[in-house]
Design a protein around this ligand. Structure first.
Ligand code: EPU
Length: 422
């Protein structure tokens, strides 16, 4: 069980270089199973979740190397359509391999992921959409089994019941190899990671358009070919460092970012009274005046990102006055609130809303992290608190933040990690 020990009352000042986006790299890596030529993906962050995906790719037959942020994938002798539950159970995003593997192997059997600490997280939209596209799918013994049909319909439309990021990615990737078929996904998620996946697929010869809007159109092609691609910067990592700058009333610059992807966060920071300066690929946030409480609603993009919801809640709990944070994506993403209250925060959750009574100072405590973003929230809360904070069960954080200790300590934090994961 890893622990992060955070020294409190630090003021963060300096520049952090942002890594490639985990949530863009994962679906791109999943899509590579449909390509039986060499593929090179650059700007891939060295994280636990990425390593899990790469080891699955190796186990099903791909030849994979990963050095200095560059993943090279080559076809092996065979490609297996089987991804057992013990691998999917480690990381839900491995279910994104299902449709691509059916297209690549003619069939696939992938363990059905279970719930996790932020909600039930079913895959019914993935399965329903793929069935509409013509795949024959049955669920048996905890696995999802799928087969390719004799032929695909020439035109199919599917409207997602909710703007699911994973289902949009699964459906657009799978459809890109449905030769001679035109597929339209409505109520699609619009996240930048989906645009990145479209760009990758098109570079490999697919014909996908509309990503970044609520309607994505795919004209299936016969074959995808090898290509080189560089992943976008991680907007959630960038947001985490900016919010750490704010909670410590510091002055933080993130570089190598696409500021447009951070718009909802930057608008919120401005409303709170922080100074925000944007240039081509950097954003600076500085606290010069007393900060104000705000109301934030975590929603699908372009709304405020749910992945920053625990982190903004930590910040708002240090701003005097009443703030509200609403969570409209996951039904259970406030699991960290009791831990934050142990640090002296005053947060009450009712019906997917956190009511926060801001206090000037949090106090360091021993707490436990339920998931990646909650772990990040508790760590930055510790940087602003009086005394020392010990975050137990902190290993989650290494699924999502590359070189976390090194980056934070380079701008004035003092984190110690046991056992050292970096
Ligand atoms: N949902 C269903 N059925 C489905 C799919 C989704 O009911 O078939 C529900 C979910 O239970 C949830 C909502 O729809 O309530 C949205 O889920 P979505 O599918 O959008 O999430 P995801 O694809 O599983 C990705 C990110 C998450 C991020 C969410 C929302 C990856 C690998 N994960 O998850 O990232 O929170 O989109 O933006 O891309 C993280 O990085 O910490 C993280 C959890």
């Amino acid at each position: 069980m890893s622990q992060i020990i955070v020294s409190g009352e630090k003021k963060l000042e300096g520049t952090v270089r942002i890594s490639g986006a985990k949530n863009a790299a994962l679906p791109i890596l999943a899509a590579t199973v449909m390509i039986d030529e060499p593929v090179v993906i650059r700007n891939v962050p060295e994280l636990r979740d990425i390593n899990t995906m790469l080891s699955i790719l190796q186990k099903i037959g791909k030849k994979v190397t990963f050095e200095h942020g560059v993943v090279q994938i080559e076809p092996g002798e065979i490609l297996l359509g089987n991804v057992p539950y013990d691998l999917v159970g480690k990381m839900r995003a491995s279910f994104n391999l299902f449709g691509p593997l059916v297209m690549a192997c003619g069939w696939a059997r992938v363990g059905k992921p279970g719930g996790c600490n932020i909600g039930q997280r079913p895959v019914d939209y993935h399965v329903e959409g793929l069935k509409r596209f013509g795949l024959k799918i049955v669920e048996e013994h905890g696995d999802v089994f799928g087969e390719i049909p004799a032929e695909f319909d020439s035109h199919v439309e599917y409207e997602l019941p909710f703007k699911s990021v994973g289902a949009t990615e699964q459906l657009m990737t799978t459809a890109s190899l449905m030769e001679d078929s035109e597929i339209v996904i409505k109520n699609a998620a619009e996240e930048p990671e989906i645009v990145d996946l479209q760009n990758f697929l098109n570079k490999a010869g697919a014909n996908v358009s509309g990503a970044g809007t609520d309607t994505i159109r795919i004209r299936g092609v016969k074959k995808l070919h090898g290509s080189e691609y560089s992943v976008i910067p991680d907007r959630i990592e960038a947001g985490t460092y900016l919010l750490a700058g704010v909670i410590t009333r510091g002055n933080v610059i993130v570089e190598n970012v696409i500021p447009d992807h951070l718009k909802a966060l930057l608008d919120t920071l401005k409303k709170m009274g922080a100074e925000v300066t944007v240039s081509d690929n950097t954003v600076r946030v500085e606290v010069l005046n007393k900060l104000k409480p705000v109301k934030v609603s975590a929603e699908p993009y372009p709304g405020f990102p749910t992945d920053l919801q625990p982190i903004i809640t930590a910040v708002l709990s240090t701003i005097e006055g009443d703030s509200i944070v609403e969570e409209l994506v996951f039904e259970n993403r406030f699991g960290y609130v009791d831990e934050m209250n142990r640090m002296g925060a005053h947060i009450k959750v009712k019906d997917r809303r956190a009511h926060i009574k801001g206090t000037r100072k949090l106090s360091g405590a021993e707490i436990s992290a339920p998931d990646i973003r909650a772990a990040a929230a508790l760590v930055i809360a510790g940087m602003a608190a009086e005394g020392e904070t010990i975050v137990h069960n902190a290993g989650h954080i290494f699924r999502g933040y590359e070189k976390l200790k090194e980056k934070f300590n380079s701008i004035g934090a003092y984190l110690r990690v046991y056992p050292d994961e970096e």
